[in-house]
Structure formats: structure tokens, C-alpha cells
Design a protein around this ligand. Structure first.
Ligand code: B3K
Ligand code: ZN
Length: 881
């Protein structure tokens, strides 16, 4: 039964809870399809709340077995229980009492993967955001913090391992082949951070000694036999613990820290106190089975969940509107960690590419919402790129505005002042205002106002007077529910690049505040006048992507190429070349749509040849510079009336032009970068592989012969090179016998390893052209595919809808029809995953008219399906609105 009340939750309706629960004792009698949960809560009436105020607890699909208060069973008139709510009217006198609730749940039947469920025979939980209420009745909201003591009881042979939050305090055997364990978590936490795991798993252990000398036992639990694949995650965990001590002064606070990898999981991972639970995709890696991208993701997500221990757990959110308080900040922290562990410039470019690929379309489409939303119908639909990635950019801007030292002082104050609190964005901003003396009220709009601001810049230079004038204007487009926008505080890092390629130094500047290379745009228009600028500079603006805005600069065509060669800021240099490539593809796609042949200037090919050979740059940077914007990136830049087929042809045209002009040099470099069979997952080695694999794609596009890619596939000593070669075969040599052979070989080698087979699904789902649909449809019947497993669904269907522009957006609409059917099928089991999948159609309005009409039909088919879950209904209704 689904209960979509259509209720809209509003930030302004926030009220403090009437009751607190300082202590929670849970006892689980675990059985696969009949688990009994006894919850004993010490409940206190909050100050100022009148005696007799009913206690209303949240539930979701629960079966109540027993209820008593202070040891006395409750009479039938004292309470009202439904599967989704327990209201107790008759409460004892006095400020506090003990409530005991017994519920029964069926973990095996739980396919939504929220609450207590089973994954490959392991009992596991997911409670954020509102999964705890699927386990027992409770005040399931983040501002009710409780210390937990948890007793688990299970069959010893099936579940020798019994884990929960906190520290282990007791364990023992019981009659009938059962056993138990008791865990105690001294740190008060909201219910969404509760977790348990019970099962039979392999483990890798280690130890970490914190800066004050606390010895922490570390454990990473994985499917038996896969222990060696957890070594990299363990290494990443220890590096994360050290980094948080060194960079933020944050120390771990329990005797144990456990991570469990499970194979059925709705998202990446979950930061439950002392017991992180992970999608196994983000734990398991070795050179044979994981790519360099997998290693980097594991490092980042292990760090992210660990960092939540302070930003999320010790300081949690007052309500779910404040989600970015923990998520944006923790993403910022994991980005900084990865930048320190790897290459800062490369990491920044990758972050911006992700932001533009995921957050910009969200912010510019029907699902746009502020970093701190004011309304939601289904909170699970707000774990978005806006809350996470833009939320991180906002924290980065605070650091840019304040400078590193004041930023760190603000963070120290935040930890000191709010440890143990359920806090708000206002609390967060206040510490930075306090340590810096700055007024951040205009800046705070980044949290409150949706949409990507536009900044346009015009420059004029007078050589006679040495004056440079920048006319800067900001505007923010309307977003759903917000037609009028206020002016933002936009920190633009910049440089004026002189004819020798160096940054010029000015004498005076007026018209805007400029501090430490950052120009603060705060008004609608700024007329900024620099003096002492003898020659016309090239404008390097928004360096390091200091503000998440869309920038348009009136400049001469040759200025971009100049910046692509000389900008001292590596991010901006990359941006200049990438912008040139984007414009060239857009121009060529117009030529193709007009029935002309696509033409490209020789300059981009020449620039690519130069950067490929430039040893001053690390290989990872060169690989990014040579990577063309994706088809989706180009579609986003075009913005409306999109024809994916024209984009694909134009993009391939540019790849061929670059490949043709550099064939010999790329082939030589490709050979030189071979690693001779040595593998290390470190950033420099990964960079070499990345560059070599970008070159492989160019060489394949240039030659039309599958030999080189087939040889790389066959010789590959690691998954990065093997899967890259397979992707090149599938993309560039779809019909070659070598491609079919490689696909068959991959399946034969890895058929029994679901995570690796996801790559095989992904590569085929991304193959361009109308034929992809038949392939994807056929693959849904492959024995390795399962509609019930989120990773499989994301690999095959998610890739098809998000990374296959020509296959998914087929002109006849068949891609959309197939997609709508699958979304509804997934939804039967797992509404959360279905809702996420359905966002693949959020940019339907920017398509050309025919495709647009067909995409709308598919959305309507979903919207009118019977008995739609609140999750999916919320997404499709907002998408269609
Ligand atoms: N906090 C979790 C996400 C929970 C999603 C609930 N639908 C993982 C993370 O961001 O670290
Ligand atoms: Zn997080």
C-alpha cells in the first residue's frame, strides 16, 4: 500500500519537537522474514510543552505487536496505531517516561532497500533520510538525538558477524544455534545514523592511532574471497583519518571504525556512526577488476563518509532543509582531500566538469531548487547535484572570500560551538561572519536562490591612457517558483594576461572591490577601471572556477587561443581550449544541419598537438585538455532545439580533424606511454594511462582500423586499459569482428563478477546510434542483469539515458518509450531508484520539437500510471510542470 498524501513540507513550518528521546535501547531478534524489534525509549517532554500533549511517532509500513509505558501495557483507548503512525494520547504525569514498542518486520520482502533489508543473505540497513520508521516507531527526524544501546540476536552459522554503531560491549552464545552481541554508542545521534549489519562476511583489519593516542580498530567487511580487493579502501581510510587531523584538526572518537560493503544499495555509501555501509562498487578494487576512475571514486567516497563523522554526525542537521549543511560541506572536504592526494589542477577541472554535467542542467531545468530548498514533497529526491556539488561550491566561495586562515578559524569555531548540535545554515554562516567581521547576508543568497547566474563582461582598453575598463553585468534567470531574482555576491578570481603571457600588474582599480586577485561582483552592473595597463590584456576570468556562474566575455577569437597557450592558471587554460572545442563543434553542427560539410580551423588541432607533447604538464592534465566536451556538454551549451545526431557527427568531425593533423605524433606518444606491464594506482600512473587512452581514441577515429585497440584489449594488464580499449572498439569499430570477439572475451573472463560486468553493460549502453536501443533491450534479458539491483539498473539503463545522446534520443521516440516502461518496472520494487532514473528526462524541453513532443508523451505515460509512488510522482510532476 502506498500512501501519497501529496503533503508538501515547508521550511517555515519547522517546529521544535514536543518530546526528546535521550536514550534508545533496541533489540533485534533477526530472522530473514520475521524480525522482531523491541525499542525502549526514554522520553522527555520538552520545556514549555503542556502536559498531556499527545506523543506522535512516525512509522512506515509497521506491524505493532506490543506497547507499554513504564512497564504497563497500554489500553486500546490510550493510543491509535496505523502502519504509518503511532499516536499516544494517554501519557503518565511527569516530565519523562519509558516507552516500549515491539514491531515485526520482514527484511526479505524489503526491495526498496530502505530500513532493514537483506543483500546477498546479509542483514543490512539504510535509514537516511526516513528509513528508521520502517524499522520501528520513532521521532524520525534529525533534531531528535539519542544515545543508543543495541542488542542483536541471530543464527550464528548464517550470521557470525553482528555489527552496530559505537563500541562492542558484550557478545555470547544462545541456545538453538543463535548468538548475540551488544553495541553501545555514547555519542548522541539522530535515528537516520542508526545501522546494523548481520551476516557472514570476510574482513580486512588494521589500526589507526589518532593524534591524541587513541587506538582505533579498523575493519572493512566484504564478500568472502574478496578481501584482497579491500586493501586500497583501507589505505584510503587511513589517509583520510590523517588528513582530517592535519587539515581540519578533527580526530576520530570511538574505539572501532567499521565499513561494510554490500551489493544492493541505493546510492554510493552511508555515514552511519562508526559503521559506514557502502555500495561495494565504492570499496572493492584491484588492477584486474577496477579502473583508475574506480580507484579515485573509492578514495573520495571513503573519505567523504569518514569526514561526515564531524560534518554530519557530531554536528548534524536541524531538519532536512539543511541537508547541504552536511552534504555540501562534506563534498567540499572530500574535494580538498583528493586535491591534496592527487593533482589540484586536474582535480579542479574534473570537479567543474561534473558540476556542469550534472548540476547546471538541474539548475537550468524544471527540477531547479536552491541549495537549501524551502519545500519538498519527498526528501529523497533532494539528494541532488545542487545540494551536494553546488553546496560544495558555496563553501569554496566562502573560503575564496575570507581567505584560507579566516576560513579555518571559522571552521574551528563551527566545530567548537556546534558539536552535539542539530544546526542550520544560519549557524554555519554566522561563524564565518564572526571570525572575519564580514557581512555575508548577500552571499547567503547562494543558499536561498536557485538558478545559475550569468555574468557578462565587455572590455575596452585605451593604449594612450593605459586604462582598461571592464563593464560587468550580472543576471539570474527565473527558476520554478522564483520569477524575480536578487543580486548575488559573485567572487570572480581573475588575471589580466599580458602579451608575454604573464599577469599584468595595475596601478589603481575602482568600480568594484578587488582583493587578492578576486573581483567582487555585487551590483547589477560594475564599471571597473584599471590604470597602468599599457597594452591590451587578455581577460582570464573566473579562474579556478571561483564562482559557479555562466560567463560570457566579449573577446576577439584569437584571445581564447592565446589563453589556451599561455594562461598561468591551469584551470583557465584548460577552459579556454575546451571553449574553443565547444564552439567549433557547435558551429560544425549548424553547418551539418544546414546541409553543408563541417569545417574546422586548423588551430585547435595544432593546439592539441602542442599540449599533447608538452612535458611541462602532467599527463593527467594533458589527457583532460585533449578530451573533447561530451555530446551532452555541447547540447547544454546549445541550450535549445537540440538535434543529437548533428552534435555527434560534428563532434566526430572535430576528433577526426585533430587525429588527422597529429597522427604520427599521437602514435609515437601512444607507444612511448606504454607501461611495460607495471601497475600502480597512484595519480601519476593513472594520468599516463588516461593520456594514452585518450590518444587511443584519436588514433582509432583517425585510422578506422581496429588493430591497435584490439591489440590493447588483448595485451591489457589492468582494467583501465582493457575497458578503455573495449569502449574504443565499441564506439569506433562497432561492426568489426575484433569488437565482437573482445565483448565475448570480456564476458567470458568476468561473467561471474557483477561489478565488472557493469562496465560491459555500460560500454554497450553508451554505443552511439539508433541500434543501441535493441542492444540495451536485449541486455535486460542477460543473466547478469537484474532489475532489482540498483548498480545493474544504473549501469545499463542509467548509462543509456544519460550518456547515449543519439541512442536514447532516437528521433522516433522509441528510446523514451522503452525508458518509461523500465522506470515503471523499477518503481514496483524501488521507488527511490526509479525517481532518480526518471530525472534522465529533465532536459526534455531543450530538444527539437519532434523529440520534445515524444519525450513529453513518455513522461506523461509515467505520470498517469496507476498507484505511483510519492518519489516518482514528485519527479515527473515537477518535470512536466
Ligand atoms: N548521506 C548519504 C546519502 C543518503 C541518501 C538518502 N536517500 C550518503 C552521503 O552523502 O554521504
Ligand atoms: Zn554525504
Amino acid at each position: 500500500m502506498r500512501t501519497d498524501t501529496g503533503q508538501v513540507f515547508k521550511l517555515e513550518d519547522y517546529r521544535r519537537p514536543d518530546y526528546r528521546i535521550p536514550e534508545t535501547r533496541l533489540s533485534f531478534d533477526l530472522h530473514p522474514d520475521r524480525t522482531v524489534v523491541v525499542s525502549e525509549l526514554l522520553i522527555e517532554r520538552a520545556d514549555g510543552v503542556p502536559e498531556g500533549t499527545p506523543l506522535v511517532l512516525d512509522g512506515d509500513g509497521l506491524d505493532l505487536l506490543a506497547l507499554d509505558i513504564n512497564g504497563e501495557p497500554l489500553g486500546a483507548n490510550a493510543y491509535e496505531a496505523t502502519p504509518d503512525r503511532l499516536a499516544i494520547h494517554a501519557l503518565p504525569k511527569g516530565p519523562s517516561f519509558r516507552l516500549r514498542v515491539t514491531t515485526r518486520i520482514d527484511p526479505s520482502a524489503n526491495q526498496a532497500l530502505m530500513g532493514l533489508y537483506r543483500s546477498s543473505g546479509v542483514y543490512t540497513t539504510q535509514c537516511e533520510a526516513e528509513g528508521f520508521r520502517r524499522i520501528t516507531y520513532s521521532l524520525d527526524r534529525p533534531d531528535v538525538l539519542s544515545v543508543y544501546r543495541v542488542r542483536l540476536e541471530a543464527d550464528k552459522a548464517a550470521a557470525p558477524l553482528l555489527l552496530s554503531n559505537g563500541n562492542p560491549v558484550e557478545a555470547g552464545d544462545l541456545p538453538g544455534g543463535r548468538h548475540y552481541a551488544v553495541w553501545d554508542d555514547p555519542h548522541p545521534k539522530p535515528s537516520y545514523l542508526f545501522a546494523l549489519v548481520a551476516g557472514d562476511l570476510g574482513v580486512v583489519t588494521d589500526e589507526f592511532v589518532t593524534m591524541s593516542g587513541r587506538r582505533v580498530a579498523l575493519g572493512i567487511y566484504v564478500e568472502k574471497g574478496k578481501e584482497p580487493r579491500a586493501a586500497y579502501a583501507m589505505d584510503a581510510l587511513k589517509r583520510s583519518m590523517t588528513w582530517d587531523e592535519e587539515v581540519f584538526g578533527r580526530e576520530y572518537d570511538l574505539d572501532v571504525f567499521n565499513i561494510v560493503a554490500v551489493s544492493d544499495f541505493n546510492m554510493g555509501a552511508m555515514e552511519n556512526k562508526g559503521l559506514n555501509i557502502f555500495n561495494d562498487k565504492y570499496v572493492l578494487a584491484d588492477e584486474e577488476t577496477a579502473t583508475d576512475a574506480d580507484f579515485a571514486n573509492i578514495e573520495a567516497i571513503i573519505a567523504h563518509e569518514y569526514f561526515h563523522n564531524w560534518t554530519g554526525n557530531r554536528i548534524t542537521c536541524r531538519d532536512w532543509f539543511q541537508l547541504c549543511l552536511k552534504e555540501g560541506l562534506t563534498v567540499y572536504r572530500d574535494h580538498e582531500f583528493s586535491a591534496d592526494q592527487r593533482s589540484r589542477a586536474v582535480k579542479r577541472i574534473a570537479e567543474v566538469r561534473t558540476l556542469k554535467a550534472h548540476q547546471f542542467p538541474e539548475d537550468q531545468g524544471p527540477l531547479a531548487h536552491p541549495v537549501r530548498p524551502r519545500r519538498y514533497r519527498e526528501i529523497n529526491n533532494f539528494y541532488t547535484a545542487t545540494v551536494y556539488e553546488k553546496g560544495s561550491e558555496v563553501v569554496r566561495m566562502i573560503r575564496t572570500i575570507l581567505g584560507v586562515d579566516a576560513f579555518r578559524a571559522g571552521m574551528d569555531l563551527y566545530f567548537e560551538r556546534h558539536d552535539g548540535d542539530a544546526a542550520t545554515i544560519e549557524d554555519f554562516l554566522a561563524v564565518f561572519e564572526e571570525v572575519s567581521g564580514r557581512d555575508l547576508s548577500q552571499f547567503a543568497l547562494w543558499y536561498h536562490q536557485a538558478g545559475t547566474p550569468n555574468v557578462s563582461v565587455k572590455a575596452s582598453h585605451d593604449a594612450a591612457t593605459g586604462e582598461l575598463v571592464l563593464d560587468i553585468e550580472q543576471s539570474s534567470p527565473p527558476t520554478p517558483g522564483e520569477s524575480r531574482k536578487r543580486l548575488m555576491h559573485i567572487p570572480l578570481a581573475f588575471g589580466l594576461v599580458g602579451p608575454d603571457g604573464r599577469d599584468m600588474i595595475w596601478e589603481t582599480v575602482e568600480g568594484a572591490a578587488v582583493e587578492h586577485g578576486v573581483l567582487h561582483v555585487r551590483k547589477r552592473r560594475h564599471h571597473v577601471r584599471f590604470t597602468g595597463i599599457a597594452e591590451r590584456p587578455r581577460l582570464s576570468l573566473n579562474r579556478g572556477f571561483s564562482a559557479p556562474v555562466t560567463l560570457s566575455v566579449e573577446e576577439r577569437p584569437e584571445d581564447r587561443a592565446f589563453l589556451a597557450r599561455h594562461d598561468g592558471d591551469l584551470y583557465s587554460r584548460w577552459q579556454a581550449l575546451n571553449g574553443l572545442m565547444t564552439d567549433a563543434v557547435i558551429e560544425a553542427s549548424k553547418q551539418l544541419r544546414d546541409g553543408r560539410a563541417a569545417s574546422f580551423s586548423a588551430e585547435i588541432a595544432e593546439l592539441c598537438g602542442t599540449i599533447a607533447a608538452d612535458d611541462r604538464f602532467e599527463e593527467a592534465y594533458r589527457a583532460l585538455a585533449l578530451s573533447l566536451p561530451s555530446e551532452a556538454d555541447i547540447a547544454r551549451e546549445i541550450g535549445s532545439n537540440i538535434d543529437p545526431d548533428a552534435i555527434l557527427s560534428a563532434r566526430n568531425g572535430l576528433i577526426e580533424a585533430i587525429a588527422g593533423a597529429n597522427a604520427d605524433a599521437f602514435a609515437t606518444l601512444y607507444d612511448r606511454l606504454a607501461d611495460g606491464g607495471r601497475f600502480s594506482p597512484d595519480a601519476a600512473s593513472a594520468g599516463r594511462r588516461a593520456l594514452r587512452n585518450v590518444l587511443l581514441d584519436y588514433l582509432a577515429a583517425g585510422s578506422r582500423a581496429p588493430g591497435r585497440a584490439a591489440a590493447q584489449y588483448g595485451d591489457a594488464g589492468n582494467m583501465t586499459d582493457r575497458s578503455a580499449a573495449l569502449a574504443v572498439l565499441v564506439m569506433r569499430h562497432a561492426d568489426a569482428a575484433e569488437t565482437k570477439a573482445a565483448l565475448a572475451d570480456f564476458e567470458a573472463r568476468f561473467g561471474s563478477d557483477a561489478l565488472v560486468m557493469d562496465k560491459w553493460f555500460q560500454i554497450q549502453a553508451a554505443a552511439p546510434g539508433t541500434g543501441a536501443l535493441a542492444t540495451v533491450r536485449a541486455l535486460t534479458n542477460h543473466p547478469g542483469f537484474s532489475i532489482a539491483n540498483p548498480n545493474r539498473v544504473r549501469a545499463l539503463i542509467g548509462t543509456f539515458s544519460s550518456a547515449n545522446q543519439t541512442g536514447f534520443h532516437r528521433a522516433d521516440g522509441e528510446g523514451y518509450r522503452f525508458f518509461a516502461g523500465i522506470v515503471l518496472e523499477v518503481e514496483q520494487r524501488n521507488p527511490q531508484v526509479a525517481a532518480r532514473l526518471a530525472t534522465g528526462l529533465r532536459s526534455w524541453r531543450s530538444l527539437e520539437p519532434r523529440r520534445k513532443a515524444l519525450a513529453r508523451e513518455a513522461l506523461q505515460k509515467i505520470a498517469t500510471a496507476e498507484n505511483l509512488s510519492p518519489d516518482l510522482r514528485d519527479i515527473v510532476e515537477r518535470t512536466l510542470a
